[in-house]
Design a binder for this molecule. Structure first.
Ligand code: FAD
Length: 788
């Protein structure tokens, strides 16, 4: 399971770097450093971060460093980025130290690393040609690779765009050797070096360097391959991604503050929906990059060996920072364009970081190469659908905290019930429901997974429920089954457990758990669904019962026996205060159910109530307090893993198909467009899944998930469409056409799946609170922007 927690020590580290920067480093220092002549760095601040141990974070304790984890380092660098800290720390203490520590001889490590950790030595680096396998593109940002010639032990070199060359005490050059590459170290004191400063956009301290025949030590422990160096550079860039993340958060805060204060047309500009939605998108993208960067750090610490999550984190952070910085300027209007505005610093810095982060196309190829390898290490191991044996035959006794055992139980179960025949029957029926499968869930006791034990359920944690939903989606359980599962076994059952009367619990819960009663949600009406509190379906209380008149639409009534209906019980008070929740038996007189069909062919319904009678004892919670009742259980609706898990299933199927093509991996990796499409689909799959997992994790901590749940709903909803677009791009026009025509040919099956996903894709941006509503929630409840 993904862990999102930080230890006390990590929180302290974050706090201490933040406090240091707030006290000693401001935008005035950034400007002074950017425009200064002193090698573009502030020696005192550099010495300060050395004294705090930040330069030694990545250096092993045997060499005088802290031997910190990648996670610790990400935390520290995020804070440095937040304050736009500018110094040779990345070049010297991250990249050069990383190359030396990984590939250098013990002698050079002992000699140089302790000095790097204290800032006594500043080692800059330059890369000779030949990097970027498998793409054939340079992994480095310099457009001109170094020219290096060795004569005996002396080096003559032209090095381009070398960072901090004017203050470097050493130059570490990665140069070609007979069989591969080697590390050559030039000590400035023993060398003849001249530096020409380059004019750069955000004060980037770059120099063209000439080294005239000077002694150079060979310091690599063995001959290196381009892939060795590429791996080290990519890992290091995760810390640049962390800096981009911190910087973006600062830029976003500036934009939110400005939007909350600035007035135009007699109101604060933060109340304009155009700006609210822009800020909501900026904040969502920051959260996505945050999860990506931290996840990459954690799995690197675990030694999982895949570069794909790191490459994705780097890409996401760079693109996100660019997006946030540019929009932050836009929100500031002309004042954002002025050189003395703080957002203008971000506008320039994002270009600098994007350049340092390396070539986007190369990172995309790293991702494609990883995912198309047989073991695809970039795919989270728990989602790889390998055979597992259930640890325990008695489901009810499985320990809720042993998620691996639960996953094994659920996976084995779904393998048993979703047989190839069951799959074929579902596909042939072109329906998204199977009564047989729903009954099977009931027989296994799975309809009570979320229900408290005193009512016969298993009261699983949110994390455990997430595992169930993931396994159901990976097994291909139809949406209709899971939709009824959520609205009935999850929402209705938990609503009754929390707010129902004893009588209601005893009349309904056993039947919900047995699958006999199935509840649909009756929220949306033909006049509108987003504004739930504006429900018009009228429930008049007459002689001990309610009489219902009105309509509910888009629900799953044809699959259900009952409806939880949001009805208006008092039209004379503000709208939120006059609605109630009723349990409605759908077989009662006065109810007409008319079918409607989605683009994908799935049935939804219009339910018409004409003086339908509902006994008073089927009112849930207090009269006129229905809005608050729904809000009190809305957390149950917020952590669906269904969509992200289904995306993983389709993605892994697609990767399998591509792998089966002769030479598929090489062809795709060599094609810029194809590897870009794979990288985008990986982003949609991994980041959407991480966000949803983050919601689940917070829920189990008992924390408010409003913000994260809206980020997850927004991203996952919109990612379905972009994911399918990526897949169609990869499979080509013919597959897309076959799929869209829902061809019955066997080889078109993946196309058909994608076509179905495509036809379904807008559902996820509309149902359960549309994307626009999620942006409103983020703007008002998370960012606290003013109301219109
Ligand atoms: C597949 C599917 C299954 C569904 N299942 C159910 C179900 O089981 N039970 C149920 O009750 N409902 C169900 N719905 C309905 C769903 O909840 C509503 O469609 C949704 O809440 C939006 O309501 P609406 O369609 O009336 O759109 P409207 O509310 O009319 O909105 C139309 C457009 O205006 C935008 N909009 C509305 N208000 C604002 C605002 N304040 N700011 C900015 N933009 C705004 C919306 O985002 C949307 O783009 C389902 C819908 C679908 C597609």
């Amino acid at each position: 399971m993904v862990d999102f927690s930080l230890s006390e020590a990590q929180l302290d580290l974050r706090e201490s770097v933040r406090r240091f920067c707030a006290a000693r480093w401001g935008t005035d220092v950034v400007r002074a450093v950017e425009h200064g002549d002193n090698g573009r760095y502030d020696a005192r601040s550099f010495a300060d971060i050395a004294a705090m141990g930040l330069l030694g974070l990545g250096v092993a304790t045997t060499y005088g460093g802290e031997g910190a984890s990648w996670l610790d380092r990400v935390i520290a660098h995020e804070e440095l980025g937040r304050f736009l800290f500018l110094s040779p720390h990345y070049v010297s203490a991250v990249v050069s130290a990383g190359l030396l520590q990984t590939w250098g001889t013990p002698a050079v490590c002992e000699r140089l690393l302790p000095k790097l950790a204290t800032g006594e030595a500043i080692v800059t680096y330059a890369i000779a040609p030949g990097f970027g396998d498998p793409a054939g593109l340079p992994a480095t940002s310099s457009s001109r690779p170094a020219e290096v010639r060795m004569t005996g032990d002396d080096m003559t070199a032209r090095l381009w765009a070398v960072p901090y060359a004017s203050i470097a005490t050493h130059f570490l050059v990665v140069a070609p050797s007979d069989q591969g590459f080697e590390l050559l170290l030039v000590e400035r004191e023993r060398a003849t070096v001249s530096c020409d400063r380059l004019i750069t956009m955000a004060g980037a301290p770059l120099y063209d360097v000439t080294i005239a025949s000077s002694p150079a030590d060979k310091v690599s422990a063995r001959v290196l391959s381009a892939a060795d160096i590429d791996r080290s550079l990519t890992e290091c860039r995760l810390l640049l991604a962390a800096e981009a993340l911190g910087a973006a958060k600062a830029a976003n805060e500036l934009a939110v503050r400005y939007a909350s204060e600035r007035e135009a047309f007699g109101q604060r500009i933060g109340s304009f929906q155009a700006l609210q939605h822009k800020l909501a998108d900026m904040t969502t993208r920051i959260q996505l990059a945050d999860d990506a960067v931290y996840y990459a750090a954690r799995i690197t610490d675990e030694g999982q060996g895949s570069l794909a999550p790191t490459a994705l984190a780097i890409l996401s952070a760079a693109e996100m920072y660019t997006y946030v910085a540019r929009n932050a300027v836009q929100i500031h209007g002309a004042s954002g364009v002025m050189a003395d505005s703080d957002v203008s610093l971000h506008f320039r810095r994002c270009r600098m970081i994007t350049a340092d982060i390396g070539d986007r196309r190369w990172l995309e190829k790293v991702i494609a190469d990883d995912l198309l390898s047989e073991s695809a290490p970039g795919i989270p191991g728990e989602l790889v659908n390998t055979a597992t044996e259930a640890a325990d035959d008695d489901p009810a006794s499985t320990d809720d905290s042993d998620l691996d055992a639960l996953r094994a139980e659920f996976r084995a179960y779904f393998r048993r019930i979703v047989t190839p025949e069951a799959r074929a029957a579902i596909t042939a029926s072109n329906d998204d429901y199977s009564g047989e499968l729903y009954r099977a869930l009931a027989d296994a006791g799975y309809l009570g997974l979320a229900v408290p034990r005193e009512y016969g359920g298993r009261a699983l944690s949110y994390a455990a429920l997430a595992v169930f939903e993931e396994e159901a989606a990976l097994a291909g359980i139809p949406h209709g089954v899971m939709s009824v599962f959520s609205s009935s076994a999850h929402f209705a059952a938990c609503l009754l457990a929390r707010l129902g009367t004893d009588d209601q619990r005893s009349r309904y819960l056993p039947h919900i758990l047995s699958g006999e009663y199935r509840f649909t949600q009756g929220f949306t009406e033909p006049e509108g669904g987003s504004d739930l509190a504006a429900a018009r379906t009228r429930a008049n209380y007459i002689d001990g019962e309610f009489q219902l008149t009105g309509q509910k639409v888009f629900n799953t009534a044809h699959l259900c026996t009952h409806m939880i209906a949001v009805v208006r019980t008092n039209p004379d008070v503000p709208k939120h205060q006059g609605i109630s929740l009723l349990l409605v038996d759908l077989s009662a007189p006065g109810i007409t159910i008319l079918p409607l069909y989605t683009m994908r062919g799935w049935r939804r319904n219009l339910v018409i109530f004409e003086q339908t009678r509902v006994p008073a004892q089927d009112l849930v919670g207090d009269l006129d307090r229905g809005w608050y009742a729904v809000m009190s259980v809305i957390d149950l609706e917020r952590s669906s893993m269904r969509v992200p898990a289904e995306r993983w299933r389709v993605f892994t199927e697609l990767l399998d198909e591509l792998r089966r093509r002769p030479d598929g991996r090489r062809e795709i990796v060599e094609s810029e467009g194809d590897s870009a499409a794979i990288a985008r689909m990986y982003r949609d799959s991994l980041l959407g899944w991480l966000l949803s997992r983050h919601v689940v994790w917070l829920q189990d901590q008992g924390q408010d998930v409003t913000g994260l749940a809206s980020f997850a709903k927004l991203f996952n909803g919109e990612a379905v469409e972009s994911f399918v677009d990526g897949a169609f791009e990869l499979l080509g026009a013919s597959a897309a056409t076959e799929g869209l025509a829902s061809s019955a040919r066997a080889e078109a099956s993946l196309g058909s799946v994608l076509a179905d996903l495509y036809k379904d894709s807008r559902n996820w941006q509309i149902a359960g609170g549309s994307s626009e509503i999620q942006r409103n929630i983020i703007a008002r409840r998370v960012l606290k922007l003013p109301s219109p």
